[in-house]
Structure formats: structure tokens, C-alpha cells
Design a protein around this ligand. Structure first.
Ligand SMILES: C=C(OP(=O)(O)O)C(=O)O
Length: 208
């Protein structure tokens, strides 16, 4: 990502928001009942040397955030690994988004609030529950990222919902397929309709 940003001359303009789930497999309670994270799971000849502990993952995320403009990480740990997500979130290095951790579920959100386990909600699920979840998150001054789902269609409703609920952040994937572009195009249409009332969040992207 950094190489591409540099190539198009926009390294200083782009920040990264990562979802490590696609590159890490979580091996639950494999060794001494501790969760392990396999960074090598795509390799056919893996030796097991790249099984990382939660502490190793914290160091890795710290390095990545120091070396690259990473501003947000989603589910940096297994959804039941509260210990490490709490510790990492407490470092205040970047936005820590809860997806599997929270499941847009009010009980899990309340636990995460009490334990300061993350500072942003990935919003999915039925609209009524989503509205409740956004209220809970915003009361805590958390960021809110509205998200697409697996098997998305060209329905662009989440673009309208993100503006309506003022989530400030949307995750609709890289703009490479119709069902993804549909959301970004709808945001552009909304901006056009709002005219002067549309505000570019800029550096306030988390809290706008
Ligand atoms: C596609 C996603 O979610 P889900 O698998 O819950 O639909 C996602 O979080 O990017």
C-alpha cells in the first residue's frame, strides 16, 4: 500500500485503515491455552515459526504504526482476546475498531466501554439495533464505521445510512467492483445534493 501511495505521489495524503483478519488466522488456545496468531497460514510449507502470541502481535502492530501511516485497525485480536485488545487500545496509537469483538451487540459494546477495549464500532446488522449501537458508541465519543457485508449487492443504502447517522466513516471495500462503487457513487450524489452544507471532515474524520 505504501509503495502504491508513493508511486501515485500521495504518500502524505493517504492514511491506512487495516483489517488484519484477511492475513492472519487465529489459532485459538493452541499452546498453553493461549490464543496464537498464524501469520503464515497462506504458506503451504509453514513451519509453525510464525505463530505469534498476543504480545508479539502488539509489538508487530506498534512497528507497523510507527513505519506506516496506519490510523485505524479493525479487530487486531481474536474476539475473545479481551486482554490484548484492551492493552493495545490503551496505548492510544490508532483507532481500534471492534467488529467481531462487538458484533454490533449492545451487551458486548457495554463490556467494551467498561473495559476500554476499543474506541470505534464497526456497524452492521438490523437498522433498529444499529441505531441503538450508534447511540451507545457516540455517547462514549467512539468512532463509528458503517460496513458492507459479505455477498453485497449494488444496493447503496449504507451510504445514506452513514450520512443519516453521521457515522463519519464507511467501509465498502476498494473501489473495484460495482457493488462497492455503488456506495461511493451514492455518497457523491448525497454530497452534490447537500451542496454548501456538505462538510469535508479532513483531519476530523474520526469524530465528525
Ligand atoms: C464483509 C464483512 O463482514 P461480514 O463477513 O460480517 O459480512 C467485513 O467486515 O468486511
Amino acid at each position: 500500500m505504501a509503495a502504491i501511495s508513493e508511486e501515485i505521489g500521495s504518500l502524505n495524503l493517504i492514511s491506512f485503515a487495516n483489517n488484519p483478519k484477511s492475513s492472519i488466522i487465529i489459532l485459538k488456545r493452541l499452546v498453553a491455552k493461549r490464543t496464537k496468531y498464524d501469520l503464515d497460514y497462506k504458506s503451504p510449507n509453514k513451519s509453525g515459526q510464525n505463530f505469534k502470541s498476543g504480545e508479539d502481535m502488539i509489538e508487530l502492530y506498534k512497528e507497523l504504526c510507527a513505519d506506516y501511516p496506519v490510523v485505524s485497525i479493525e479487530d487486531p485480536f481474536d474476539k475473545e482476546d479481551w486482554e490484548h485488545v484492551k492493552y493495545f487500545s490503551g496505548l492510544g496509537i490508532c483507532q481500534v475498531v471492534g467488529d467481531d469483538l462487538l458484533m454490533s451487540n449492545s451487551k458486548r459494546i457495554e463490556r467494551a466501554i467498561q473495559e476500554s477495549a476499543c474506541n470505534a464500532l464497526l456497524l452492521k446488522g438490523p437498522v433498529t439495533e444499529a441505531i441503538e449501537a450508534v447511540k451507545l458508541a457516540k455517547d462514549e465519543r467512539w468512532g463509528v464505521v458503517i460496513s458492507h457485508r459479505c455477498g453485497e449487492t449494488e444496493d447503496s443504502f449504507i451510504a445514506d445510512l452513514s450520512v443519516g447517522l453521521s457515522t463519519g466513516q464507511i467501509k465498502a471495500g476498494a473501489p473495484c467492483r460495482g457493488e462497492r462503487l455503488a456506495k461511493y457513487n451514492q455518497l457523491l450524489r448525497i454530497e452534490e445534493e447537500l451542496g454548501d452544507q456538505a462538510v469535508y471532515a479532513g483531519d476530523d474524520w474520526r469524530m465528525s
